[in-house]
Design a protein around this ligand. Structure first.
Ligand code: SF4
Ligand code: SF4
Length: 408
């Protein structure tokens, strides 16, 4: 494909373009959370008295909360405040979970956050751990700094073709940390009569962390490579098992490289039909109580640029035999963040991630013994915290769980 010039010149949003929208704070404090029994959410009024901004809840400082970040951005945009290390800490301590965007539609909180990181990045004001992660992505094409040829170890016995119309993009986390999810994806697609292809070492990191740390140039370079490799492979549809990779392709890539020459789908979008098709036979599986964690990247973050993917996981779980499904209190677009924050918060402050993942696991344990999530990145964070804090809830990838419930 011929790549268009970056729609927003290497940045999805520039501070200059949104500076007039940083002025709109009414001082209502609703974005702090816990401010009142009802909030006027886009889908009606909901009780959210216990909800708190994850950043405010953990750090207990108002400076790195949505209202303050809009204020600082305004001051920077109008050249009344210079970028500095303090501002770096403020903007890099938020996981960009996106809830404040829903609570406070007049102000583009997520765009402000990313635009400010672009400005910080231009001045080299990005935390050393984020810088190191971007270096690995630039040099090794993955988040782990491993030779990229190791990416396909999980697929060694799978005999996957490089060419085909349905391409699976495993991403860094499924490839190195959650290979069972990648194998489950291939198994379920094949059982459903589909013939997935795979790029192996020609697959590069999606670049999400680069974008969320303000380095859109790196994200765009990775995007160009991935899209060209996919086009060469003959892909008409690309399928994902990671909410982070899915979001990067769905939301960022069109802004960075123009309209994509293939369709982008997450596994949950095809699971209900696969299970309905009758091609997959269920086994008798042990009866178990489950609940679902919705990843931030399924819609609540990046409001208005993407449809929300919440019903599909529920339809999938409800089709499985011997499964008792119960919802947690904070779900769908009000789902609590696992604290990973696009690898920005998990790499710069792992204790922040651990705090929020443990909290989410405890919420899950109140209603079920198994916590399912359709994102490999969330699985990693939540399962680490569940083990460390002995929460007693089993964290599972939704794909793996489904695979175990069908005949081999
Ligand atoms: S940023 Fe929005 S929600 Fe927060 S205090 Fe200002 S107007 Fe209220
Ligand atoms: S994105 Fe989430 S953590 Fe960050 S300020 Fe908004 S509500 Fe708080």
């Amino acid at each position: 494909m011929a790549f268009e010039e970056g729609v927003m010149e290497m940045g999805l949003v520039r501070l200059e373009d949104i500076k007039d929208r940083t002025h709109r704070c009414a001082g209502c404090s609703q974005c702090f959370g816990g401010g009142g029994p009802y909030l006027p959410f886009a889908d009606g009024y909901q009780t959210v008295s216990k909800w708190k901004c994850p950043t405010l809840e953990y750090y207990k400082t108002f400076s790195n909360q949505a209202r303050s970040k809009a204020y600082f951005a305004r001051e920077v945009a109008h050249k009344k405040l210079e970028l500095n290390q303090e501002l770096q800490k403020i903007y890099f301590s938020c996981p960009d979970c996106g809830v404040c965007d829903h609570i406070c539609p007049p102000i583009p909180h997520m765009d402000i956050s990313r635009a400010m990181k672009v400005e910080l990045n231009k001045q080299g004001l990005i935390p050393p751990k984020s810088m190191a992660l971007n270096k690995k992505m630039r040099n090794k094409k993955n988040l782990f700094g491993s030779p990229n040829v190791n990416r396909s170890k999980w697929a060694q016995d799978s005999d996957l073709p490089r060419q085909g119309e349905l391409l699976y993009f495993a991403g860094c986390y499924a490839s190195w940390r959650q290979p069972k999810t990648a194998k489950a994806m291939i198994h379920l697609l094949r059982k459903g009569g589909l013939n997935p292809s795979y790029l192996a070492e020609e697959e590069w990191c999606c670049g999400l962390h680069a974008g969320f740390s303000g380095d859109f140039e790196l994200e765009r370079d990775l995007a160009i490579h991935n899209v060209e490799a996919m086009e060469r492979s003959g892909a008409k549809t690309v399928i994902f098992s990671c909410a982070n990779c899915y979001r990067t392709f769905y939301s960022d890539y069109p802004l960075l490289v123009g309209e994509l020459p293939f369709k982008v789908v997450h596994a949950v979008e095809i699971l209900p039909d696969l299970l309905e098709s009758g091609k997959l036979k269920f086994n008798s599986g042990k009866r178990v109580g489950v609940t679902l964690h919705d990843p931030c990247h399924f819609g609540k973050e990046h409001i208005g640029r993407r449809h929300e993917l919440y019903d599909e996981s529920r339809q999938t779980v409800k089709k499985l035999p011997a499964v008792d499904f119960t919802e947690m209190e904070y779900i769908r677009r009000w789902s609590a963040c696992c604290g990973g924050g696009n690898s920005v918060t998990s790499s710069n402050d792992p204790d922040f991630t651990d705090f929020h993942s443990a909290k989410r696991c405890k919420e899950a344990k109140e209603v079920a013994d198994v916590l399912l999530t359709p994102c490999v990145r969330c699985v990693e964070n939540l399962s680490l915290a569940s083990r460390k804090h002995k929460v007693g809830v089993e964290v599972r990838s939704l794909l793996e769980f489904v695979m175990e419930r069908v005949e081999p």
